[in-house]
Design a protein around this ligand. Structure first.
Ligand code: GLU
Length: 317
């Protein structure tokens, strides 16, 4: 379904205003020290329609930020494309209901992560990237990103990477726990790969462009080439819908109703299947680690354009 460009521009500027109104309620993440350099006052949005040559943007749409947990979507897409459903031999597909870095279920469930979008699951996915070092593995991921969006630059923010490498004890604990149960083989390499993956940078504009294949059954609408087979794309969207915003995912489904993935740097990618890829960047986070401005903007946009995947036409009786 295509949108009238002027109508979409007006909806994006209202969503941007809704995001800005909400952002006073959040705070920038500081547990990775380098992330604390971001300003709670930054906010940008990019909305890319499937049939449009470029995104409609507002605010800080060209400001670079590290993907953090949004990277989990692309690492999983890459690994699903290579290994298919074998990824799920040792990683579940159930929402956890716990915080993103929680360790409690790992003990109950013998080191098997609940899903690939919580930290433990993403660390186990990182281990499946090809290569003998974190650099080599993330090089592969960057090549994949550039294949999707050849004009994009996706450098690793080395300062963010080193900052998490120095402080990521909790993620290392998750990796070691999984190593104990034989779910992963090399805990140090898996966690270093994961930290490097989280430090890959995008902008809201480039992230929306990267997400287009997810709104188009796995095929990039610009090049026409298949990025991910349709059935794996469906799996990825199902996981984003059920596990993409940690323990706020139910509330997000009610407020917005789109498959999405958030990250602690303040990025959010949301997909309106068959219609739009939407990226926001607002480092002020709410209590569950999701961008307050991003969620508010998405709620506004989804409401105005009827984007929720749970919206239905009612049949006249
Ligand atoms: N690198 C971050 C961590 O593992 C990512 C978390 C997130 O973005 O939610 O703590």
């Amino acid at each position: 379904m295509s949108f009238d460009r002027a109508g979409l521009e007006a909806a994006v500027s209202r969503a941007y205003a809704a995001g800005r109104d909400a952002m006073g309620a959040g705070a920038v993440a500081t547990y990775i020290p380098e992330l604390a350099r971001a300003s709670a006052d930054w906010f940008g949005i990019a909305v890319h329609a499937l049939d449009a040559p470029e995104a409609i943007v507002a605010g800080d749409a060209d400001r670079a930020f590290s993907l953090q947990s949004v990277s989990k979507v692309f690492a999983l897409a890459y690994v699903l494309g290579r290994d298919g459903d074998a990824v799920f031999d040792r990683i579940g597909v159930e929402p956890s209901g716990d915080a993103f870095h929680s360790i409690v279920r790992l003990e109950e469930e013998h080191g098997q992560p609940r899903n690939p979008l919580i930290n433990a699951g993403a660390i186990a996915v990182s281990e499946r990237l090809p290569g003998d070092s974190a650099e080599a593995r993330i090089d592969h991921l960057q090549v994949f990103l550039r294949r999707v969006h050849p004009d994009g630059a996706f450098p690793v923010d080395e300062a963010v990477f080193v900052s998490e490498l120095r402080t990521g004890f909790r993620n290392r604990a998750l990796a070691n726990y999984m190593r104990h149960y034989g779910v992963i083989g090399d805990a140090a390499l898996a966690s270093e790969t994961y930290f490097r993956q989280c430090a890959v940078t995008v902008t809201a504009r480039s992230l929306a462009r990267l997400g287009l294949f997810l709104a188009n059954g796995g095929r990039d609408p610009v090049s026409g080439s298949e990025v991910l087979p349709a059935r794996h794309t469906r799996t990825l969207l199902a996981l984003m819908t059920t596990c993409g915003l940690y323990d706020e995912v139910g509330r997000f489904a009610v407020r917005v109703g789109l498959p999405a993935k958030s990250g602690v740097s303040g990025g959010l990618l949301a997909i309106a299947p068959g219609r739009l890829a939407i990226a926001t960047y607002g480092p002020a986070l709410g209590a569950k680690g999701n961008s307050v401005a991003g969620v508010a903007a998405l709620e506004c946009l989804a409401g105005e354009l009827g984007l929720s995947i749970f919206d239905q036409e009612t049949t006249p009786t």
